[in-house]
Design a protein around this ligand. Sequence first.
Ligand code: ADP
Length: 502
Amino acid sequence: MSRARLLTFGAVVAATVILAVLGYVSLRQWQASAELLFREQSRDMVTMAAEKVEMAILKAEEECLSSLQAILMEPTLRPEALDEWRKKNAIFASLTLVDRQGRVLYPPGASAPALAGEIPEGLWERGGRRHLLVGDQVVLAAVIPGADGPVLAVLGRSVEAVKRDVLAKTLGGLEGPSVLAVLDAQGDLLYTSRPIEQATRVLTVAFGEALPTWRVALYQPPGVSSRGDVRRQAMLFTTAFALLLLVIALGLFATYRLLQRETEMARLKSDFVANVSHDLKTPLSLIRMFGETLELGRVPDEVTRREYYSIITRESERLTRLIDNVLDFSRIEGGGQRYDIGAHPVEPLIHEVLDAFRYPLAQRAFKLDVTVAPDLPEVLMDPEAIKQALANLVDNALKYSTERRRLEVSARQEGTWVVIEVADEGIGIPAAELERIFEKFYRIGRSETQRTRGSGVGLALVKHIVEAHGGRVGVESRPEQGSRFSLSLPIAPISSPLRGEG
Ligand code: ADP
């Protein structure tokens, strides 16, 4: 392959590689930013959910505390009222009331909780509340104004009630495939908005001060996450890209084959020109040489003179044949070849062709066998064209015979066909080449290594002529054994001389 072609192919390959790299990089970037966006959106959503829960808890506590305050403001503290209160406010599992002096007001007989001593003076003064952590439990400590001074209420939460009254109410209504869950201090699942099943945890967000040890988590079922989406898109992109690469590769291959064929055609054409010029030169120089000798009157006897004349005739016939071949070939290529088809006998035509070869046959001591079946029907043909085809076959048989010089020409009827065969015992044709010898310009081996000269259009012409007659060409050959070419032509319908064009 030439440098220019290599460069072109290299450029296409390089462009493809650049495209592939760019595609890969942008796919990865897109994947990364899609993932980032997805995480941000998820975080926003979970943070919002956490805030909602926190607000709901605070609101519930607020309500509980104000109803508790109402009880504490009563002139006498009635334990039954507090028991009643506890029943109504199930969110708290325990309630202890302590006065500023550290006396337990409720439940009767209970000991003061440890954290009662840690309540800062300020809180006693101003009132208010605080979430405190005792172990991993959140305890609400609130200083509430009572009838006999401020009272410290220590409230322990009921996890079950929180789940039922707060989490289920705030997180339960989530739409879409995502699942929200609440994890406790150990990371165990406390609550899920719906069964988690195969879903995977995407991220967790901490609650605020009201739920310091718990976290909200977002779960995504498989195939729903944006990662799955991205992966699907990436697959699609990769498949499309692979297809694109395949098309480019096929294109490159097709172009390469086309170039190869064109190079081959160019070589065959230049061989053709060289071969034809050589073939024209040989008979011309013979004609000239013998013509000049005769003109100078240097030939003493009549026999030699006759021989020279016949050489001139034979060589000019060869020239005519060659020129006819080339002209007909170019006419066929240009699509302008016409045949004058009619019903004609085959036998006289065979003899005419062989007559033209009488001299070279005799000179090279060829053994000639002609077998024409008696009573052969007439054939639909242009006799000049068929003569040319036959002459090409005979010429080849002569050209491609070396030691064993035997030419066999036969004609017989086979069904509705007349089959004319030309066989030799020459060099033969390798089986692999049998298909190609009928291609234009095709010659076996390269011109430099060939002993015989030829244009490479002879058999292409034979094939074209015979097929234009509605006939078939055939060949059987074995290297070193010889070749047998056959022309099958359709029999003419009885007494209807047709005229037509091929
Ligand atoms: P050419 O002008 O080269 O003879 P043809 O088209 O007549 O061109 O034949 C094509 C090729 O087929 C020849 O170059 C030759 O190699 C091979 N060929 C044709 N006829 C014969 C034959 N009778 N014996 C062996 N080879 C043959």
